[in-house]
Write a protein that binds this ligand. Structure first.
Ligand SMILES: [Zn+2]
Length: 97
């Protein structure tokens, strides 16, 4: 990740702990995906009392392990956008010399 935006010099690198919000966004998306997998499993279990467990485990692993790794850069971007909306007057655009 670059320290600043190459166009507007908006500072990306912040104090330690700043990206905890990005972690929370990533966690919520991951839990939502796991909830979708479990919901689909519960719905298909009504139609088939003995559903194959392999696809459920596969989709569960994708939702719980691979999705948060792939989504983490986007959660950081979303968190920076939320911070920019919340603190527009604190926009630090001066590049460090
Ligand atoms: Zn920019």
């Amino acid at each position: 990740m670059q320290e600043r935006c190459p166009r507007c010099h908006y500072k990306f690198e912040r104090e330690e702990g700043f990206f905890l919000g990005a972690f929370v966004i990533n966690f919520a998306v991951t839990e939502g995906l796991i909830g979708l997998v479990l919901g689909a499993f519960i719905l298909t279990e009504n139609a088939n009392p003995n559903p194959p467990i392999g696809p459920v485990i596969s989709f569960g692993l994708i939702a719980a392990v691979i999705a948060p790794i792939l989504f983490y850069p986007f959660s950081k971007t979303i968190w920076l956008a939320i911070d920019l909306i919340a603190h527009p007057t604190e926009l630090d655009t001066e590049p460090e010399t």
